[in-house]
Design a protein around this ligand. Structure first.
Ligand SMILES: [Zn+2]
Length: 339
């Protein structure tokens, strides 16, 4: 049984040590530490110490490129998009050249920056890396004439050239079937590139895909990600409060699909549990979610995040102490087999 949580918001080693000790007592045996662009620039040695102390306490450690390039999940700013404005995603506007502050997954400078990130991840001594919610820009506008207009990325020169090579004609600006497939292939290729580089450095690769397999989220055929050779752990994050879904149904459906694909491609299934933005009075649903994933055959569960978001008001639960206590009780029950 693998039970863990993500951790962020603190780079003071003695406090990290105290929290990691608490996580162990609360039933965790792994932790996902965030490692943002800010961390790479200003906390590289702290990250080594944080990973070391976590491992000494018995936790397996994964590192998460939190908000790096603004193309992974995470409440973190990107400096890359300012330093490399030409490597940002260009949108499908015909009325002008609009770029957003998200890195293009095909841009060489961004891939080079990710290789540096992987190098530091390996240097810390972490067991693995966690590719969280890789995505491309997608937006919908209501047109003057009442029609919905879909705006998507990326239409930069690099992506245009790749599309032309692949399909033999110029990249359209409409959200066509080929565009959907090209965007998905872009993410699959990006993850293939990252996971190969990480595996070469001895890191395990885990990935979390958004729980909606639809073209607008980029990936709509999870199979293409699950079958990537160097992916060890494949999962999703059915955050039922965010998507306003019923907990058992949503977590159950996503968990079963993740387990099905993992059995097919010999990967380890992982499900993320929502312990942030938990409304007052609904804390017990977190326990239900963990139980539902477990009953679906998932033996690797991760909670976002330690302390239920108390350190970040933007995502905090209404009553974080109660939420984390709920996670802890359920984890301990699973660890002792009394759940
Ligand atoms: Zn591009």
């Amino acid at each position: 049984m693998k039970l863990g949580a993500s951790y962020f918001g603190n780079r003071i080693l003695r406090h990290v040590k105290e929290d990691m000790g608490k996580m162990v007592r609360d039933g965790c045996n792994f932790v996902v530490h965030t490692m943002s662009e800010h961390d790479v620039a200003y906390h590289s040695r702290n990250m080594v110490d944080i990973v070391t102390v976590s491992r000494e306490l018995g936790l397996e450690v994964f590192l998460d490129p939190w908000g790096v390039g603004r193309v992974f999940g995470g409440e973190s700013f990107s400096t890359f998009v300012k330093q490399f404005p030409d490597s940002r995603q260009r949108l499908s506007f015909t009325e002008g050249d609009i770029k957003v502050n998200k890195a293009c997954l095909n841009a060489k400078p961004f891939r080079d920056a990710m290789l540096k990130w992987i190098e530091l991840a390996a240097h810390t001594g972490a067991e693995g890396v966690f590719w969280d919610e890789p995505h491309l820009y997608y937006g919908e506008l209501s047109d003057l004439f009442g029609k919905k207009k879909i705006v998507w990325g990326c239409t930069c020169r690099t992506c245009e050239a790749l599309f032309r090579d692949c399909y033999g004609y110029e990249m359209p600006r409409e959200f066509t079937e080929e565009v959907k497939a090209f965007r998905q292939n872009t993410i699959v290729d990006f993850i293939g590139f990252l996971s190969e580089a990480s595996a070469k450095q001895g890191l395990r690769n885990s990935i979390c895909v958004l729980p909606m397999p639809e073209p607008k989220y980029g990936l709509y055929q999870w199979e293409k990600i699950a079958q990537i050779e160097n992916i060890d752990i494949f999962g999703s994050d059915p955050y039922w409060f965010c998507y306003e879904k019923e907990v058992e149904d949503f977590v159950g459906r996503i968990s079963q699909e993740v387990v099905r694909l993992c059995e097919r491609y010999q990967k380890e299934p992982q499900i993320w549990i929502q312990a942030f933005r938990v409304p007052q009075g609904r804390e017990s649903e977190v326990s239900t979610a963990i139980g539902t994933a477990f009953d679906s055959g998932v033996k690797n569960m991760a909670t976002w995040c330690f302390d239920a978001g108390a350190c970040m008001s933007y995502i905090s639960s209404d009553r974080p102490e109660i939420v984390w206590d709920t996670v802890s009780k359920k984890y301990q029950a699973l660890q002792t087999g009394s759940a």
